[in-house]
Design a protein around this ligand. Structure first.
Ligand code: ZN
Length: 226
């Protein structure tokens, strides 16, 4: 029998001992509740570990990961995670974090049948369609690939602010703020794309804004009276 995974349980025991040595009350407190300020939506890629790369401890970030960090409106998995984080945990920040050298984005750039993955990759192919002019003007394959990674993050941020729960919560207390970040596997660094979602959304809010609300953006300006 292959028991090569047993080292994981040994690691877990070491981790428990270390935490208890540092703070005997650690697990008692951890079990009480979670009050994370951040919702992280990232790629499932094994090299892009949310908590570790952000230096956050357990309890500090609510995490949802899928292939190529998609926010698809009919994916109950991601929409449930967002609804719970926004409505119940009341996170202050939603981070959509992609990464360069993303296999999902790379696969979407190839006109190839990926079976079960096709509907998923179509979301990224649609991002390419929306930004085709800009992307096709980039001669260098790697630069175009990197740019699609960034544009995919941008579009998923826009998908987050289309959600009623996000719009409603923002109307109440000006949170959550939505951020688009990218992780560079070569350097280990996180980069803030500083997306201006207000201008990126343009005037399309007239159909996406389901709560008669302003856009959920980084803007600090007060909302108009309702
Ligand atoms: Zn990826």
């Amino acid at each position: 029998m292959d028991d090569s995974y047993q080292f994981i349980f040994e690691n877990n025991e070491k981790w428990v001992s270390q935490k208890q040595r540092q703070d005997p009350e650690y697990f008692g407190r951890l079990a009480k509740e979670q009050t994370p300020e951040y919702l992280y939506i990232g790629c499932s890629d094994s090299r892009v570990t949310a908590e570790e790369l952000m230096g956050l401890d357990p309890g500090m970030v609510f995490v949802h990961r899928n292939v190529a960090n998609q926010v698809n409106g009919i994916d109950m998995n991601v929409t449930s995670a967002i609804e719970y984080a926004v409505t119940h945990l009341k996170v202050k920040h939603i981070i959509v974090c992609g990464h360069y050298h993303c296999g999902g984005v790379q696969a979407a750039m190839r006109p190839q049948d990926f079976g079960m993955m096709n509907p998923w990759l179509r979301g990224i192919r649609d991002v390419y369609r929306i930004h085709q002019e800009e992307l096709d003007a980039i001669a260098d394959d790697k630069v175009r690939y990197d740019r699609l990674v960034e544009l995919n993050i941008q579009e998923q941020c826009l998908n987050v602010i289309k959600m009623p729960c996000v719009q409603e919560r923002f109307r109440e207390d000006h949170y959550p703020i939505v951020h688009g970040w990218v992780f560079d596997l070569h350097t280990g660094r996180l980069k803030d794309l500083h997306l201006d979602l207000t201008s990126l959304a343009g005037d399309i809010h007239k159909i996406y804004d389901v709560t008669d609300n302003e856009w959920v953006v980084n803007a600090k300006k007060p909302l108009p009276e309702c």
